[in-house]
Design a protein around this ligand. Structure first.
Ligand code: NOJ
Ligand code: CA
Length: 713
């Protein structure tokens, strides 16, 4: 759609006269209305005294009350008021696209759009606000066309409001510029302030920026049963948004992540902000099925995507997280790495990534049909990865002396297995960018096709934050570079995803939340995985790393008293409930070998899907999904509940008519309990059809997993 920048013509011609007329008319309020394709959502845009506002209703109920839009700029007139509407465009859009990988074979992108062009009389600047109203919610963004009076500018703060209609129940994380690894707190919005201190303490190491600062995706439930999710889509060349809550008025306002000098964004026109998203429904399951965030991202420009494939993997990983083995090869501390000759230093005897041990994992992966083995701690520098020299600690191309990169890759590939590269940057993006080309060339040379990146610790250059504009650009730069080398990326500690995998399908995973690793650092709440699909996963898949069967961490490291807050059966369910095209079986081969019957589910479960159904869901309480394996007739069901336990009535009517399926049900034993008896499970088989009704219990902190394979296959 083209927009005419008629107001910038230098001469005082007819176009300028027209603009002046529009500006005069615009001083009186002009309301616009757009409805979703099914008519259930209504978006209003209104200039109130020159201030842009919007409002969103769902089936006549207020979702977002009249809320202001705009940006505060540094050292110049802000883009918040004094506007007149000088143009308006509307259109309807309906396409169905095929993701490279995903929860369904195709995705429908169907919306009605309104784009209003606003001109500020005082400055002769123009800003456009584009709204897209889908059946499942709203997306809107600011657009800054190229124009003489708005070339470069610095954002002091974005002032987008989300005026909520009540004191909703919220599933929230403290706002933070450097970590997303808090436990989720469930409370009323009015209780956020009182709970903020305890929400921060004892969780992650950082502190929040304000007593009411929150992260997105923020999941809300109104007293009258509306489910509302607020997030952002297509976070590109802009800083990540948090939300500040005014707990008197229940108005949320955007709060961008500042850079090292406190600025919140350097913009050169033409530019667009990310989309601000509000997903809404009166059914919780609709939030889980929403593709709004993906749809608001641009289609991929990759011509060849044949190198991008979902991955099921094991890894030399949980043993380091639990403290059974180490990333580092020696016990040296605080060293200047370039002066160390590792071949002359005494090894510590606990280094996990050694040749013999990595081969054991490769053998295990090959035996059980896994695609890959992640190997962490393969490269020099781990002795000082948190230390003073971290800007120089890793070069990403130098293996420790006991890791033969050539031989191990040869060995793996001879068994049809790949090794997954690990690039822990320890937050030094300067160092990573310095080495990126050679690091990716090294990967190509030895046949690696996927990398797990990590950004633990303070960012170098110092003062920058994990979610500021500079870091957002870094993560996207890595994705683009990786694509040039046909490398898939799984970013840990990088910014929470915003659906960018539509544009960059090589982004096959992110951590960006509290993952299974925390089960070894004190634990996750028993309801954690009944919330994450409603929050963190709204932006994209998570490398949650499930599959821990040995729930007592002390079995691997007697010093570590942590335990996994889940039953073993629930660990299986997570392969279905925590959608990801990248799934790890995170426990150790020695443990899986003791439970090969339960391990069978991990071997069988698909990682790419033709179809997804939510059978039942309530954030914080329970989630049950059914998914159909890509290109196959089998279905998989996963269910997880909170610490209360629960019984589901499973309706199998989604199965194909006339077909019989063998259901293998992996469930909690009657006496299972996530704290008292987590490893008690039972496996049973029965023949089912679409008419069968199953009743299945989840133990407290438990779950169940079911594979449904067409009989005779
Ligand atoms: C944190 C990551 O989440 C974890 O998976 C990784 O093993 C460590 N950093 C070390 O890089
Ligand atoms: Ca982490």
């Amino acid at each position: 759609m083209m927009h005419r920048a008629t107001s910038f013509l230098p001469s005082f011609g007819p176009a300028r006269l027209l603009t002046l007329l529009c500006l005069l008319l615009g001083l009186t309020a002009r309301a616009e209305e757009v409805k979703s394709p099914n008519g259930q959502l209504t978006l209003n845009f209104d200039l109130q005294g020159g201030v842009p506002t919007y409002r969103l209703r769902y089936k006549g109920r207020e979702v977002i009350k009249t809320s202001k839009l705009g940006l505060e700029l540094k050292k110049t007139t802000s883009l918040q008021s004094g506007f007149a509407q000088t143009d308006k465009q509307t259109r309807s859009f309906d396409e169905t696209w095929t993701p490279v990988w995903g929860e369904s074979k195709t995705i429908r992108n169907h919306y009605n759009e309104l784009a209003v062009t606003l001109t500020q009389a005082e400055t002769q600047r123009t800003m456009r606000i584009r709204f897209r109203v889908f059946d499942d919610g709203l997306g809107f963004r600011y657009e800054f066309p190229r124009q003489p009076k708005l070339d470069y500018f610095t954002i002091k703060e974005e002032r987008t409001e989300f005026a909520l209609a009540g004191d909703h129940k919220a599933f929230w994380l403290p706002g933070d510029y450097d970590t997303q690894e808090y436990s989720t707190v469930t409370s009323k919005l009015s209780e956020v302030r009182g709970l903020m201190k305890s929400a921060v303490t004892g969780n992650a190491s950082q502190t929040t920026f304000s007593p009411t600062g929150l992260q997105t995706p923020l999941m809300l439930k109104s007293a009258d049963g509306l489910y509302i999710n607020i997030h952002e889509a297509a976070l590109i060349d802009y800083s990540c948004m948090h939300l500040e809550l005014d707990d008197k008025t229940m108005v949320l306002t955007s709060h961008l992540t500042p850079d090292a000098v406190g600025d919140k964004g350097l913009i050169q026109t033409p530019a667009n902000s990310p989309w601000r998203t509000v997903i809404v429904s009166d059914k919780a399951g609709d939030i889980l099925l929403s593709k709004l965030v993906l749809n608001l991202n641009e289609p991929t420009k990759f011509k060849d995507v044949s190198w991008i494939k979902p991955v099921k993997y094991v890894g030399v990983w949980w043993e380091m997280i639990t403290g059974k083995s180490t990333w580092s090869y020696t016990n040296m501390d605080n060293i200047k790495l370039d002066s160390v000759d590792y071949r002359k230093v005494k090894p510590n005897g606990t280094h996990g990534a050694n040749n013999a041990h990595v081969k054991e994992y490769i053998d295990f992966a090959a035996q059980h049909g896994f695609d890959a083995v992640l190997v962490e701690g393969w490269n020099t520098g781990w002795e000082d990865w948190f230390g003073k020299h971290k800007d120089y600690v890793f070069d990403f191309v130098t293996p420790y002396p006991d890791f033969d990169v050539q031989e191990l890759n040869r060995y793996a590939q001879s068994k049809n297995v790949r090794i997954i590269m690990h690039h822990e940057t320890s937050g030094s993006v300067r160092n990573y960018e310095r080495h990126l080309d050679s690091a990716f060339q090294f990967m190509n040379k030895y046949g690696y096709n996927a990398v797990k990146t990590g950004y633990v610790g303070d960012i170098v250059p110092l003062g920058h934050h994990h979610y500021d504009q500079w870091l957002i650009n870094h993560y996207n730069f890595v994705l683009e570079k990786a694509a040039q080398h046909h490398i898939m990326v799984n970013g840990h500690e990088a910014v929470r995803p915003t659906g960018l995998a539509r544009t960059y399908p090589n982004l096959i995973g992110n951590e960006a939340a509290r993952g299974t690793e925390y089960e070894s650092f004190g634990g996750n709440n028993a309801d954690h995985t009944t919330i994450l699909p409603f929050t963190r996963l709204i932006g994209g898949p998570m490398d949650y790393t499930p599959g821990i069967f040995q729930t007592k961490v002390s079995a691997y490291n007697p010093q570590n008293t942590s335990f996994v807050h889940s039953t073993l059966a629930r660990q299986l369910a997570l392969y279905v409930t925590m959608y990801s095209p990248l799934q790890m079986a995170a426990d150790l081969p020695e443990t899986y070998n003791q439970h090969l019957d339960a391990f069978q589910f991990i071997k069988d479960v698909a990682v790419d899907w033709d179809d997804t159904k939510v059978l039942e869901a309530e954030p914080g309480d329970y989630i049950t999904y059914a998914r159909k394996a890509k290109g196959k007739s089998s279905w998989f069901i996963g269910s997880t509940c909170d610490e209360q336990g629960r019984t589901s009535a499973i309706d199998l009517s989604f199965l194909e008519p006339g077909k019989k399926y063998v259901a293998t049900i992996y469930a909690d034993a009657p006496d299972a309990h996530y704290e008292k008896n987590p490893q008690a499970y039972q496996i049973r088989k029965q023949t089912v059809t679409r008419k069968t009704k199953l009743t299945q219990r989840c133990a407290p902190g438990g779950g169940y997993a079911i594979s449904l394979v067409e009989a005779g296959r």
